[in-house]
Design a protein around this ligand. Structure first.
Ligand SMILES: C[S@@+](CC[C@H](N)C(=O)[O-])C[C@H]1O[C@@H](n2cnc3c(N)ncnc32)[C@H](O)[C@@H]1O
Length: 220
């Protein structure tokens, strides 16, 4: 089967409710690594990259989707479970959040500053008839603290500097109540006393774990 035919079949299974994470993973694994990003775009019905808002605030990085190879390494390494709540800090059109949801069954929340991209993410959820991958509009530096149900916070270089510091300050009270993971791709995380680098499965991908609480045993 070509990767196009595979993508159409997988999209149909999502829309008719017969989708299962294990089958999604099996279908992904059958696609050649070099074709996996194109496969995912076909599954999600995503076309050209959208234009960015010319008024994107200074220091905020424009939209660029995280490669599947990094997302897959993250999901396998953490590992992300159906009981997790994955929060994409700077979520664009919702591609990474939707991928993680479909692959693992975890709920996935996107935080995105560009209104048009938020609308595209909501449109994606509506087209696929998926309700557990909502997208919230706003500055993630302010919003992250209001997602206390998050267990995994993901950053694919949305911004740097003060905003990163603010996100970590917002996550600290959450980390005091239970262990969270902060997963970064191509982000130089500021020094943070309550996070420890747990693993770095690929160049540029870092998985940090909070240290206030003893890590709970994660179901396999
Ligand atoms: C490199 S893209 C990553 C997109 C998404 N995480 C993915 O991998 O598909 C960075 C995204 O962060 C968003 N962004 C930048 N600054 C932001 C902020 N302060 N609050 C929320 N989103 C922001 C951008 O609009 C862009 O969509």
């Amino acid at each position: 089967m070509t990767y196009r035919a595979s993508a159409e079949r997988v999209r149909a299974s999502i829309q008719d409710g017969s989708h299962r994470p294990a089958r999604f993973l099996a279908a992904l694994r059958r696609v050649r690594p070099a074709e996996r990003d194109a496969w995912l775009d076909l599954v999600l019905g995503l076309g050209e990259l959208p234009d960015d808002d010319p008024e994107l605030p200074r220091g905020c990085v424009p939209y660029l989707p995280c490669p599947v190879v990094d997302l897959l390494a993250l999901v396998e390494c953490v590992p992300v479970r159906a009981s997790d709540v994955f929060v994409d800090v700077g979520s664009g059109v919702g591609r990474a959040a939707m991928f993680v949801h479909l692959l693992t069954g975890a709920s996935a929340i996107g935080l995105e500053i560009q209104r048009r991209l938020v609308f595209e993410a909501r449109d994606l959820s509506a087209r696929l008839l998926v309700s557990r991958a909502p997208s919230v509009e706003g500055d993630a530096a302010e919003l992250a603290r209001f997602v206390p149900i998050g267990t995994i916070f993901f950053l694919y270089c949305p911004f740097s500097g003060e905003r990163l510091t603010k996100v970590l300050a917002g996550l600290e009270p959450i980390a005091r109540t239970r262990t969270i993971r902060v997963c970064c791709v191509d982000v130089a995380l500021p020094r943070c006393g309550w996070l420890t680098l747990e693993s770095s499965p690929r160049l540029g991908l870092e998985i940090h774990r909070s240290t206030y609480c003893a890590p709970a045993t994660r179901p396999s």
